[in-house]
Design a protein around this ligand. Structure first.
Ligand code: PGA
Length: 258
């Protein structure tokens, strides 16, 4: 199946992580927007997820240029306001026209205490405020070597969607990001990523139903770049990419966009 024939619309989202000052973010957007624009009508959804301090300037440039690129954030707290130093709320993001928010990225799980439970709470809050959470799941290298990939993915998927209604679950996007492939230059092969995403899709079908599993978008992330994107996106189970390193260079990111 070619990527363009999929019933699920592909989403290419850039995760800038903790990179780019507001000035650098503006420069990157001024370079990226014409590259995306010259492709004409896009065959996929595109989003950039800059650091929180860059969101206003990136949002302003997207609005000025009437770009099709959507704005995303990298984290959202589960309360709407309160004493949560350093966190960002859903209403704060919504007011800045943020559409997507990454939830449960492995870096936040490993370094900032996110658990299946907090991922679930963050995702539910995002949906309740009209944001689309991009919920990340993925096994570590050690878990993979021990043959625990399916167990980990099933646990994380069940955890993320715990007591979430079918309607709300279908307002989310899942990203399969094997931890060993993130920022390492090691990509899962297209076949491998496709098969592993199949495990997540099957679990989603078990939690909800087959129709729900057919419509939920599941992205791949982990060292995806202009060279390997085409073969990954051509896979029937892979509905887009969450791109880290390659989203920091306008030309590289634009080449991934269909
Ligand atoms: P990478 O990061 O493309 O640099 O591997 C992907 C991610 O962490 O979302």
């Amino acid at each position: 199946m070619s990527a363009n024939q999929k019933t699920r619309r592909i989403l290419v989202a850039g995760n800038w992580k903790m990179n780019k000052t507001p000035r650098e973010a503006a420069e990157l957007m001024r370079e990226l927007i014409p590259l995306i624009c010259e492709k004409g009508k896009l065959n996929c959804d595109v989003a950039v997820c800059p650091p929180a301090v860059d969101i206003p300037v990136v949002g302003q440039i997207l609005a000025e240029t009437k770009s099709e690129i959507a704005l995303g954030a990298q984290n959202v707290h589960y309360e709407a306001s309160g004493a949560f130093t350093g966190e960002i709320s859903a209403p704060q993001l919504s007011e800045l026209n943020v559409k997507y928010v990454i939830v449960g990225h492995s870096e936040r799980r490993a370094m900032f205490g996110d658990t299946d439970e907090t991922v679930n709470k963050r995702a539910k809050t995002a949906v309740a405020h009209g944001l689309i959470p991009i919920i990340c799941v993925g096994e570590t290298e050690e878990e993979r070597e021990k043959g625990l990939t399916a167990d980990v993915l099933i646990r994380q998927t069940r955890g993320a969607f715990s007591s979430m209604t079918r309607d709300d679950a279908l307002k989310t996007v899942i990203a399969y990001e094997p931890v060993w492939a993130i920022g390492t230059g090691k990509t899962a092969t297209a076949e491998d990523a496709n098969e592993t995403i199949g495990i997540i899709r099957a679990e989603f079908a078990a939690m909800y139903d087959n129709d729900a599993a057919e419509s939920i978008r599941i992205l791949y992330g982990g060292s995806m770049n202009a060279g390997n994107a085409e073969s990954l996106l051509a896979m029937p189970n892979i509905d887009g990419g969450l791109i880290g390193g390659a989203s920091l260079k306008a030309v590289d990111f634009s080449k991934i966009v269909l």
